[in-house]
Design a protein around this ligand. Structure first.
Ligand code: DGL
Length: 279
C-alpha cells in the first residue's frame, strides 16, 4: 500500500514504544498517534467502562483520521475491547496482547512473569493465552498499579524514585527449589519506556520481552513494505484527548520521536478524567 495512514492508539504515552517500531518499518506512512489521556490510566477501568470508552473514541477517530490500519498499542484495551472494535468497524486492527508465547519459548527455567496493568492480568484473554502457550510453565501474573503512571512521569522529565519502580516489579521475581524467574513479559506498552531502569533494579538478570517489534512486523504483513523510493515522512501527528500534561518537555520528546504536530482533540464526555498520581 502506497503511503498508508496508520493510527497508533494508547491511553497515554506507552504506545510510543510501539509507534517507534511501526514508524521505522514504514517511514513513508502518514502516522497519527492518539493518546486517550483524558481517562488515563485504562488499567483502573472496568471492562464495561473501557469497552464503552474506546468504542466512543473510535466512532469519532475513524472519520477524523481515515486510517488504513489501526494499531491498538495497549494491552489493556486489546485484551478487553479488540473483539468489540473489530466487530464494529471495517478498518483492520492490530492488537497488542501479553507476549506469553514468546515468553514461554524463551524461558529455560519454565518460570516466567507477565507484568501488566491490573486490568490486563485479570482478563480471561490473558488466562487463555497461558493455557494455550505456557501450560508447562509456572507463570506469575503481576498487575502493577502505578508503573504506567511512573513511566509517564519519567517521560515528562519528572523525578521517579528507584524505590517506587522497584516496588512495582518486585513480585515478578520468584525463586524457590524449582528454580527462578528468567523471563518477564512486558504486558503494558508503557513499561519499555523505563526498561533501562527496570534492568538495573531487577534482583537478578532476566530476559524482558517487549512485543513492539513483532507488532510492527504484523503491520507490514497486513499493509505491505514501503515501495522503493517512497519519500520518508517527518510530519507525524499526535492527538491527545485532554492534553493536560502537554508540557514543553513532552512536546520536545514527541518531536524527537517524529511527532512534531501535536494537537488536542476532545472526545465525548462520559468517564471523568483522573489525574494520575505518581506519589
Ligand atoms: N499502555 C497500556 C497497556 O499496554 C495501559 C496503561 C494504562 O492506561 O493503564 O496496557
Amino acid at each position: 500500500m502506497n503511503a498508508p495512514t496508520i493510527l497508533v492508539f494508547d491511553s497515554g504515552l506507552g504506545g510510543l514504544t510501539v509507534h517507534a517500531h511501526v514508524a521505522r518499518a514504514r517511514p513513508d506512512a502518514r502516522i497519527v498517534y492518539v493518546a486517550d489521556d483524558a481517562v488515563f490510566p485504562y488499567g483502573r477501568l472496568t471492562n464495561h467502562e473501557l469497552e464503552d470508552r474506546v468504542t466512543a473514541v473510535f466512532d469519532r477517530l475513524i472519520p477524523l483520521v481515515r486510517p488504513d490500519i489501526i494499531v491498538i498499542a495497549c494491552n489493556t484495551a486489546s485484551t478487553i475491547a479488540l473483539g468489540a472494535l473489530r466487530a464494529r468497524f471495517d478498518t483492520p486492527f492490530v492488537g497488542t496482547v501479553p507476549a506469553v508465547k514468546p515468553a514461554a519459548a524463551a524461558s529455560k527455567s519454565r518460570r516466567f512473569s507477565v507484568l501488566g496493568t491490573p486490568g490486563t492480568v485479570r482478563q480471561e484473554y490473558t488466562a487463555e493465552l497461558i493455557r494455550s502457550f505456557a501450560s508447562d510453565c509456572n507463570v506469575t501474573l503481576v498487575g502493577a498499579p502505578r508503573l504506567a503512571a511512573l513511566a509517564e512521569a519519567e517521560m515528562r522529565g519528572e523525578p521517579v524514585s528507584d524505590a517506587d519502580l522497584a516496588a512495582e516489579i518486585e513480585a515478578c521475581f520468584v525463586e524457590d527449589e524449582g528454580g527462578r524467574t528468567d523471563v518477564v513479559a512486558l504486558a503494558c506498552t508503557h513499561y519499555p519506556l523505563v526498561l533501562p531502569r527496570l534492568e538495573l533494579l531487577a534482583p537478578w538478570p532476566v530476559t524482558w520481552i517487549d512485543p513492539a517489534p513483532a507488532i510492527a512486523r504484523r503491520v507490514v504483513q497486513l499493509i505491505g513494505e514501503r515501495s522503493a523510493g517512497a519519500p520518508v515522512r517527518t510530519d507525524g501527528r499526535a492527538l491527545f484527548t485532554s492534553g493536560r500534561a502537554l508540557l514543553p518537555s513532552l512536546r520536545e520528546v514527541l518531536s524527537a520521536r517524529g511527532l512534531p504536530d501535536v494537537a488536542v482533540e476532545a472526545m465525548p464526555p462520559g468517564l471523568t478524567a483522573s489525574v494520575p498520581s505518581v506519589n
